[in-house]
Structure formats: C-alpha cells, structure tokens
Design a protein around this ligand. Structure first.
Ligand SMILES: [Zn+2]
Ligand SMILES: [Zn+2]
Length: 377
C-alpha cells in the first residue's frame, strides 16, 4: 500500500525494467515529492505503446533500472511551488514535449519541438535528476514521466489537463500512440480533401493516421499490413483499400501504385518501424509532389533511401508525436474525442492489472491485439 502525504517521499509499486531481455519486476519504489515546476500524479490507468518495447531493449540509450510507460492518465496528488495552471485533484495525461509558445521553434509554426521544454531521451527529469529510486538505487524515467507506476513525477509543462468526464481508457490512448498517428496525417502531412494516402502498419499509430486522414477528407486511404485481421479494424477507422504484402511477390510501393492508377499516393505514412519500408514509403508517393513521413520508431541507426525518388522531388520527413503541440493542438483532438468522432473503443482489446505487466509483452504479439490497457490502482 502507498503512503500518501504531500511533500514526502511515497513508497509505492512500479514495474521496473532491469535490463534488455529481462522480464519486468514489480518492485516497491520511492517517489520523491515534486520540485518547483513539477507535479506528482497518482496513476489510474496506463497503456502499452510500441516504444516501450524499444526502450526496454535499450533504445535509443540503454538505461537501467528503469520504470517504463509513457501513456497513461492520473490524478494530481501534489504540485511544486511554481505550478500555476494545475491543482491537486486535476486529471492529467503526460505528453513528452512542452510548448512554451515563445521560443524560435514554437513561434515558427513549423514544428512541435519546443526548445524550452524539449523531448528528453536521457531518462531524467528536465533538471537532469531522477525522482524515483529502488532500495536506494536511482531509477530512470521514460520520456521524463514513467506511467507503469502507482505514482509518477512529471514536469507540469509536459502534461495536459483533461475533462474529468472523459473515458479514462480513451484518455490514456490519446497520450501517445494514437495521437501520434492522428497528428502525422493532420499536422505533418496536412492531408487535404480528396487526397490519397497510404498507411504502412496498422497498429494504434497507423489507425490514428487513418482516422486523421478520414477526418481531413482524404478520398482514398490505403492500409498496409501483413496481418489480415487488421483489415476489418482499419475499415472502422476509414480505410478504403487494404494491401497484405504477404499475398504478393510485388513490392509494397508497386502494390500501392497499382491501387492509384500507377502514379502513387499524395502521402505515405510509415508506422511499422521496419527501416527497409521507409524507402518503400517514399517510392510509393507521386513523383515530384509526394510526401513520405516516418512515424514508427525502429532500432536501426541508418536507412537506405531510393536515390531517384528523392532526386525527382519526393519529400521524406519524420516527426515526433505526430507534430502535435500540447497547448495548441490537444484541445482539437479532445474535442473530436468528446464528440465521439474518434473510434477509441475499437482500440481497446486487452485489459490487465499492473502486476501482470509481463503478459502485455506477450499479448501485444497476438494478431488481434491493438491496445493493452493497464489498470494501476
Ligand atoms: Zn517553445
Ligand atoms: Zn508512445
């Protein structure tokens, strides 16, 4: 049981990753009180995002022991002295890039990578220290949060306050994967009415990209996945055509071109994280005007790109968090959620308690699995 008292260290349970390939261990950990610009959050639910697997494997930096998890929803338990916009009892979800609305990047209108509240990959809070420990040993955070824990400390600039009536599973899913896909269609590709788009990889990120493309008015939305069971699921989000590359000898780019009269698509969003498909995504786009967008994370350091497609004017770009800004863009996303325009119920396929976290690593490999919801309390 946790002992909750403001400004004191809390002892609670968390899932700790001790090394690459090792199962998660439920440990009693210590969570420090929040510093000036931080909040401590009592987690209610978390969820499993593919990047958690990559981080468990040591991507992009091997950091152990570490509390994983970056999707979730919880209640603010205590706040630091400088926190103005949040109070105890507020319901929040973590983001992992802030938005100061003042720095060169924020004011450029071209990126969500705020320079004042940047993406942190070093497993520490923005001030370079950790708020968690296990038997006196420092624990690393994940993206300066760590949601697979009964309590987490996070910088107040990196969270979004949500409507208390929101479905908690939906809130958790909107904190990373699905929103990343949605944003890649909406904010990065800037899909227009009548656009054609292909989405490679139909997990939660890919389904979010399809939903974003549908809401933007795309006329043709091609989903690509080697798992036939994803077909029906993706149709619910707005997919118009399905390609299973396993059923053909042809390359994915050839198959996409066949579905688009030979020209290719306006946009191709790569969500699978399979590095060889990044070049395929570019080749699958229309010559001169096509855009390929890399969304899925993978373990490779470099990729090979089709030279001619680039030379002929193709655009290849990547994005973090679907280009979404936590202050400017989240309200739109949550409005869509409130109006039931997002098919978030379709994402939930499995639910487990935190104690069974290792099961999630098995469930995620099952053909019918999209999202695993983790009940914390
Ligand atoms: Zn900024
Ligand atoms: Zn994620």
């Amino acid at each position: 049981m946790s002992k909750s008292s403001r400004s004191q260290v809390i002892t609670c349970k968390a899932a700790v990753c001790w090394g690459n390939g090792e199962p998660m261990k439920i440990e009693e950990i210590q969570v420090e009180p929040p510093k000036s610009s931080e909040i401590r959050v009592k987690m209610l639910y978390a969820s499993f995002c593919h990047s958690d697997i990559l981080c468990a494997q040591g991507f992009p930096i091997p950091l152990y022991p570490r509390v994983l998890g970056h999707e979730g929803v919880g209640v603010v338990e205590s706040i630091g002295d400088e926190v103005k916009d949040l109070r105890e009892g507020d319901l929040v979800i973590p983001g992992y890039i802030g938005e100061c609305q003042e720095c060169e990047n924020c004011t450029s209108g071209k990126t969500n990578l705020c320079l004042k509240h940047p993406l942190t990959l070093n497993g520490l809070m923005p001030d370079g220290t950790s708020r968690m420990s296990v038997r006196g040993q420092k624990l690393y955070h994940l993206l300066s949060c760590s949601t697979w824990s009964e309590y987490m400390v996070v910088d107040a600039n990196l969270v979004y306050k949500i409507d208390p009536n929101l479905n908690l599973a939906h809130a958790s899913f909107l904190s990373c994967g699905f929103s990343t896909g949605f944003g890649s269609s909406w904010k990065v590709a800037k899909v227009e009415k009548g656009s054609s788009i292909a989405v490679i990889g139909l997990g939660a990120v890919g389904l979010g990209a399809i939903e974003g493309a549908r809401i933007q008015g795309a006329s043709q939305i091609i989903g690509v996945d080697i798992n036939e069971r994803k077909k029906e699921k993706a149709q619910a989000f707005g997919m118009t055509d399905f390609i299973n590359p396993k059923e053909s000898e042809k390359s994915i780019s050839e198959l996409i071109k066949e579905k688009t009269g030979g020209l290719g698509v306006d946009f191709c969003i790569e969500c699978s994280g399979v590095t060889s498909l990044i070049s395929e995504a570019l080749v699958a786009t229309k010559p001169g005007i096509g855009k390929a967008i890399v969304v899925g994370g993978g373990n490779a350091a470099t990729v090979q790109i089709n030279f001619l497609s680039l030379l002929c004017g193709g655009t290849l770009m990547g994005c973090i968090f679907g280009g979404l800004k936590i202050k400017s863009d989240f309200p739109y996303l949550f409005e869509k959620c409130n109006k039931k325009e997002l098919h978030l119920d379709e994402l939930l396929t499995h639910k487990i308690p935190l104690e069974d976290i290792n099961k999630a690593f098995q469930l995620i490999k099952q053909p019918d699995c999209v999202k695993v919801l983790i009940k914390i309390e």
